[in-house]
Design a protein around this ligand. Structure first.
Ligand code: CP
Length: 303
């Protein structure tokens, strides 16, 4: 695996995470540069995306690089039966860096073992979404002024939501207290609860989206229809939570609501005008964080 790959958030040390967040702040202050002139980045999206793909591609364009790739694998030779192995081998002939989203857990790790290029995981199944986590951390730092000792409430599909899995692991550096709010069918998987025990992280589990007075960050998630084997089960749980503006009465002034987006009903539109709603700014932060991650992967950030 190329040492510059970012497959799991655990590939980055705490120091590296903080270095990326510092660099993101520098890119936010000055996003247009020519540092990637002559570089080609491949964005391979085997699964749909709006924010991740477009913010990666904007990041590359604003740094003066060029993008190749696809947003629908049905238009590639994958539809003729070409394997992921062979696709990665081919693209490695053309590009300097690969950004990949894939529906299978572990696909990014596999690609990193096949290719000599750095691989950036843009989401693999219900496993990891490390660049989302870095933009989440950047958003938390910007809104709270610290990453330390925060009460993080994670709400919704904690079983299949790769963003909460990556965020939980990253926050382990910063002494969080977690509240997991999910129906029994979508609970935080055992492996992540074990991770909390092993790392001395306090957590509690709740079923109801109420009593939000202690929360610093309310991290809402969508129920991930595409991960369900049984669509009847999806129908039973899909509308389990809907955050409404009135539910924010009595919450901290400093509370901020994050959501990786897209939302499909778990945040009422009446929340959008509340100053505690931060999800659209959060998505914008993704541009700067991805500029930092790409620059690091291509060896253009000092360690
Ligand atoms: N947050 C996120 O991954 O959004 P997209 O699926 O639109 O990329």
């Amino acid at each position: 695996m190329n040492a510059k790959s970012l497959v799991s958030i655990t590939d980055y040390s705490k120091e590296k995470i903080l270095r990326i967040l510092d660099a993101a702040a520098e890119f936010e202050a000055r996003p247009n540069r020519e540092t990637l002139k002559g570089k080609v980045v491949a964005t391979l999206f085997f699964e749909p995306s709006t924010r991740t793909r477009l913010s990666f591609e904007t990041a590359i364009n604003r740094l003066g690089g060029r993008v190749i790739g696809f947003s629908d694998a049905a238009n590639t030779s994958t539809s003729k039966g070409e394997t992921l192995h062979d696709t990665i081998m081919m693209v490695s002939n053309y590009a300097d860096l690969i950004v990949m989203r894939h529906p299978l857990d572990g696909a990014a790790r596999y690609a990193s073992e096949v290719s000599s290029l750095p691989i950036i995981n843009a989401g693999d199944g219900s496993n990891q979404h490390p660049t989302q986590t870095l933009l989440d951390l950047y958003s938390i730092y910007k809104t709270q002024g610290t990453l330390e000792n925060l009460n993080i409430y994670m709400v919704g599909d904690l079983k299949y939501g790769r963003t909460v899995h990556s965020l939980l692991m990253a926050m382990s550096h910063f002494h969080p207290t977690f509240t997991f709010i999910a129906p029994s069918e979508l609970e935080m998987p055992e492996q992540y609860k074990i991770f909390c025990w092993e790392n001395g992280i306090e957590y509690r589990e709740k079923r109801d989206l109420d009593e939000l007075g202690e929360a610093d960050i309310l991290y809402m998630t969508r129920v991930q229809r595409e991960r369900f084997q049984d669509l009847m089960e999806y129908e039973r749980v899909k509308d389990v939570y809907c955050l409404k503006n009135s539910m924010l009465d009595g919450t901290k002034d400093t509370l901020r609501i994050l959501h990786p987006l897209p939302r499909v009903g778990e945040i009422d539109m009446d929340v959008d005008a509340n100053e505690k709603a931060y999800y659209f700014q959060q998505a914008k932060n993704g541009l700067y964080v991805r500029q930092a991650v790409i620059s690091d992967a291509l060896g253009m950030l000092e360690d």
